[in-house]
Write a protein that binds this ligand. Structure first.
Ligand SMILES: [Fe+2]
Ligand SMILES: [Fe+2]
Length: 226
């Protein structure tokens, strides 16, 4: 075997080392690139998974919230319809009484006749009692409220003065003549204009409720049913 001169031998040796270094460098770059690619892919995958999870959670939360609101609404609707149904059962006999129907002939406030006004006051009184969970005699409350303005004339064309002060007594006398009344029902009728009639004090929860409901309904009818 021929021996190379030392210089040539050194050059070949340098070239070999340089090639090895180059190849090693390329391999390192390649490995680094692969590592970065893999890491980036993993990060993107993890981010996508997290985002999907968050979206799923948000959707689930929104659905739960909607369902909760729906259930609350349904509950309120059910309660409202139950109160309304109970009121209709209590008011049915009074509503269809021919003597009480006579109140349809007289205007009370705006376009509302006395019959509709009394029915509104009865319904409002009953709903306030139910809404506040008050223990009241429902039958007396509704009957007293339905008869509270049973004065049977059109007060706009009434000759007598002081209708505001005198009609509770007139209504009570008419109601006593045409119906059987309890003491509580009589007081509901005679005290509904209090404090305009200072001596006729509401003596029961039922009378206070009708007194309040009458003022509320009268204001509503005067303002919105002209
Ligand atoms: Fe009245
Ligand atoms: Fe009234």
């Amino acid at each position: 075997m021929r021996r190379l001169p030392p210089r040539q031998y050194e050059r070949i040796s340098d070239n070999m080392m340089m090639n090895t270094a180059k190849n090693t460098g390329k391999d390192t770059v390649k490995t680094t690139e692969n590592t970065i690619e893999t890491k980036t892919e993993n990060t993107i995958e993890t981010a996508t998974e997290t985002s999907t999870e968050m979206n799923t959670e948000t959707t689930a939360e929104t659905i739960t919230e909607k369902n909760t609101v729906k259930t609350a609404d349904e509950k309120t609707e059910k309660t409202t319809s139950k109160v309304e149904n109970d009121f209709r059962i209590l008011a049915d006999e009074l509503e269809n009484n021919d003597k009480i129907k006579k109140m349809k002939e007289f205007i009370q406030h705006g376009k509302i006749n006395t019959y509709d006004h009394c029915k509104s006051v009865a319904r409002t009184s009953y709903k306030i009692a139910k809404g506040l969970h008050l223990s009241v005699n429902e039958k007396e409350l509704v009957k007293g409220a339905f008869l509270h303005d049973y004065f049977l004339y059109d007060w706009h064309h009434h000759d007598g003065h002081w209708h505001g002060l005198t009609h509770p007594e007139t209504a009570k006398q008419n109601a006593e003549r045409d119906f059987e009344l309890t003491e509580k029902e009589k007081n509901i009728i005679e005290s509904h204009m209090w404090p305009l009639t200072p001596l006729a004090l509401p003596k029961s929860k039922e009378a206070v409720l009708v007194c309040i409901a009458d003022k509320f309904c009268s204001l509503k009818e005067t303002l919105f049913h002209r």
